[in-house]
Ligand binder design. Structure first.
Ligand SMILES: Nc1ncnc2c1ncn2[C@@H]1O[C@H](COP(=O)(O)OP(=O)(O)OP(=O)(O)O)[C@@H](O)[C@H]1O
Length: 233
């Protein structure tokens, strides 16, 4: 069991049942999660990342129980939010990427090589010594992505990663996310919570969330059509 498997999963936050009876078995490599504001998409992303516990049912992500095997899940899953400021910690760009590898048991030289390669891949090599907090919004999101991918996670959960970006940077970030998910390792997965239906269309599978429940799962074109048909303009 290596993908995402939820059985009757629910999440209650305060008095609100935010997710209800979510049953999913997903083995696709790139999965878009779409739906209206407040439908529960981010909560699903947080549930899969172990950031909120299920209050009903069972959840297995990469075969792991996000509560009982939280440390292992954190090691294998990277989370990217729309606001990169929440994820940038260290003073310089290179230090921030290196910080992501702090708990990896790797020789120092190998860590340095991995940081350098990741900076290069995300077009940040020339900014390595710049103050990470002085970057533009797009550059910060690329840095957040770089910090997530340098760990070589098995699953990336990205929640509106392009929300604050201009068209060019949104495209760059999306290309990185989708290209990285398509790397040769077949176990590498992406869950992408998004309102960008063009981006959802580029994923292998889409999940439509409505009012805390799964309304449809399938080929993105079909699921997007269902979503659009249900919108009361
Ligand atoms: N900590 C919380 N306590 C109580 N209710 C919450 C909490 N966090 C979220 N909710 C509620 O859960 C519902 C789903 O929120 P969620 O952020 O998952 O929706 P979403 O589909 O990602 O929305 P959006 O597209 O607007 O980002 C909303 O009604 C929200 O108000």
């Amino acid at each position: 069991m290596s993908g995402i498997n939820l059985e009757g999963a629910g999440v209650r936050l305060g008095d609100t049942e935010v997710l209800r009876d979510v049953t999913l078995s997903l083995d696709a490599r790139t999965i878009a999660v779409i739906g209206e504001n407040g439908s529960g998409k981010s909560t699903l992303g947080r549930l899969l990342s172990g950031l909120v516990p299920a209050t009903a049912g069972t959840v297995r992500v990469l075969g792991l129980d996000p509560v009982r095997q939280a440390a292992e899940l954190r090691r294998r899953v990277a989370v990217i939010f729309s606001n990169p400021d929440a994820q940038i910690i260290m003073p310089t760009v290179a230090e921030d990427v290196a910080f992501s590898l702090r708990s990896e048991k790797l020789p120092r030289a190998e860590k340095a090589d991995r940081v350098a390669a990741a900076l290069e891949e995300f077009g940040l090599a020339e900014l390595a010594d710049r103050s990470s907090h002085d970057l533009s919004g797009g550059q910060k999101q690329l840095l957040a992505l770089c910090g997530a991918f340098v760990r070589r996670p098995d699953l990336v959960v990205a929640d509106e990663p392009t929300a604050y970006l201009d068209a060019r940077n949104a495209r760059r970030v999306a290309d990185h996310l989708l290209a990285d998910a398509a790397h040769s390792d077949p176990s590498h997965r992406l869950v992408l919570v998004t309102h960008d239906l063009g981006l959802a269309q580029r994923c292998d599978t889409a999940v439509l969330i409505q009012d805390g429940r799964v309304a449809e799962i399938g080929a993105p074109a079909q699921v997007i059509a269902t979503y659009e048909a249900g919108i009361r303009w």
